[in-house]
Design a protein around this ligand. Structure first.
Ligand code: S5P
Length: 458
């Protein structure tokens, strides 16, 4: 029997493909279930698959890499059968040592074949492509076992990648009906499902949000690691005016946040002893510190504000906010500042307040240069989207209020994640004014976690 056909039939036999009524991760009902992970326990099948792929691989490829985890054994088997050296993409960076995302021997410019088990929207592939390209590797070819025909292949092809799949769901059910392995009703149900989902998936994909895993900047990577470990993307904006109140509040919520944002200029009894205590607490409870200084001056003044005065912000803040109103040269002055410790920069490009002057024109002008500076890890914004790899911080988050009476606008955490595509949620009064901050942060966290935001990307 043809190798391809026998392989497809085996997938049904080992229950990698099932028919019935299944609830997908998105909550959608599906008449077909596909999960190729089981294949790892069937070495003969894995070998057959590797041999099928061997016929497809471009001769110019120099490395092979599987999208973790399901495609790892597939890539390993292909590597063994073709002699192509393999690379392993980690799911998260190591918390120690080299912090590498990619293991194996390679050099920039090497051409890589990427292998995936099932392609739906292409999201897992996009994550892996980014890591490889950041290392200077060239994606020569993308090989997929099964295409769910939900827009993933088109999406990657439109981005210029050479993607092909061995099988599609349509070819699978065509074969199964011809072999009497499924009945006409099942066949028709899957067909209808495919037709309906082909067009809606790309739209769903735009709104489906996963929490980022990696970042080039070490402070941003640390922030992501903390957030991923705690499954919390919450930043407490601690706009309290007494040092002791700040410490007391953070002692309560510190373990549930990934960062605390301060306005040091409102603290009536600010001292370096307070900073020492705050730093010790941040180490103990694992959160980072953002000083919301909103620098907005000429480069020279900003450097003085960062490094001098009673606050000497640069000596303790992990991140600082900055307006870009003074123009690119002011930002460049900080980037060019050659100093041992420097906070990461979070420009504010769009404000949450009513009537803010940060209109689209302003935002676009900011975007024209902010991505060029390595100290910039993302931006504070509301509706606008940022380039992949830049973190979106959104203030104006509150579970119950829609606005205050001083111009602030609020959104719910789920709206910020789902519709604004925010990575980090900044919550001020919603938490620190609560009678029971511990209970209240649980309410925020459960709304975030309910959204499957921190689930493994698949
Ligand atoms: O556009 C913005 C940018 C910032 S940094 N809107 C904001 O509200 N902020 C800050 O976020 C603001 O200075 C305050 O510290 C926090 C929001 O606090 P809340 O009490 O309204 O949640």
């Amino acid at each position: 029997m043809n190798n391809r056909i026998s392989f497809l039939k085996s997938l049904v036999d080992i229950e990698c493909v099932k028919f019935g009524n299944f609830t997908l991760k998105s909550g959608q009902q599906s008449p077909i279930y596909i999960d190729l992970r089981n294949i790892v326990s069937y070495p003969e099948l894995l070998t057959n698959l590797a041999l099928l792929f061997k016929e497809e691989i471009n001769l110019s490829a120099q490395r092979i890499c599987g999208v973790p985890y399901a495609a790892l054994p597939i890539a390993t088997m292909i590597s063994a059968h073709t002699g192509l050296p393999m690379l392993i993409k980690r799911k998260e960076a190591k918390g120690y040592g080299t912090k590498k995302m990619l293991e194996g021997a390679y050099k920039p410019g090497d051409k890589v074949v990427l292998v995936e088990d099932v392609i739906t929207s292409g999201q897992s592939l996009i994550e892996t492509i980014k890591v490889l390209e950041d290392e200077g590797l060239i994606i020569e070819q993308i090989l997929v076992v099964l295409d769910r025909e939900q827009g993933g292949i088109e999406k990657l092809t439109n981005q210029g990648y050479n993607v092909s799949s061995l099988f599609s769901v349509s070819s699978l059910i065509d074969l199964l009906i011809s072999e009497n392995k499924i009945d006409v009703d099942t066949y028709n149900e899957v067909k209808v499902f495919l037709n309906n989902n082909h067009s809606i998936t790309p739209i769903q994909e735009q709104t489906k949000k996963y929490f980022p895993q990696t970042h080039q900047h070490p402070i941003a990577q640390k922030l992501l690691n903390i957030a991923n470990t705690k499954k919390s993307n919450l930043i407490a904006s601690v706009d309290l005016t007494s040092a002791q109140d700040i410490i007391n509040f953070l002692s309560i919520v510190g373990e549930d946040i990934c960062a605390a944002k301060l306005h040091v200029d409102i603290i009536k009894d600010f001292s370096q002893d307070f900073i020492k205590e705050l730093k010790a607490l941040s180490e103990k409870l694992q959160f980072l510190i953002i000083e919301d200084r909103k620098f907005a001056d000429i480069g020279n003044t900003q450097l003085l504000q960062l490094s001098q005065g009673i606050y000497s912000i640069a000596s303790w803040a992990d991140m600082v906010t900055i307006h870009l109103i003074a123009g690119e040269a002011s930002l460049k002055a900080i980037q060019d500042w050659d100093t041992a410790i420097k906070p990461a920069l979070i420009p504010i490009i769009e404000m949450s307040s009513k009537g803010a002057l940060t209109d689209n024109d302003y935002i676009e002008k900011c975007k024209q240069f902010l991505y060029n500076y390595a100290d910039v890890i993302g931006a504070v914004c509301q509706n606008t989207t940022l380039k992949t790899g830049f973190l979106k911080f959104t203030p104006g988050i509150n579970l119950s209020a829609k606005e205050d009476n001083k111009g602030q606008n609020y959104n719910s955490p789920s709206h910020a994640i789902e519709n604004l595509q925010s990575d980090f949620l900044i919550i001020g009064r919603g938490l620190y004014l609560s009678d029971n901050p511990k209970k209240e942060i649980d309410n925020y966290l459960s709304e975030v976690r309910k959204m499957d935001f921190f689930s493994e990307i698949k």
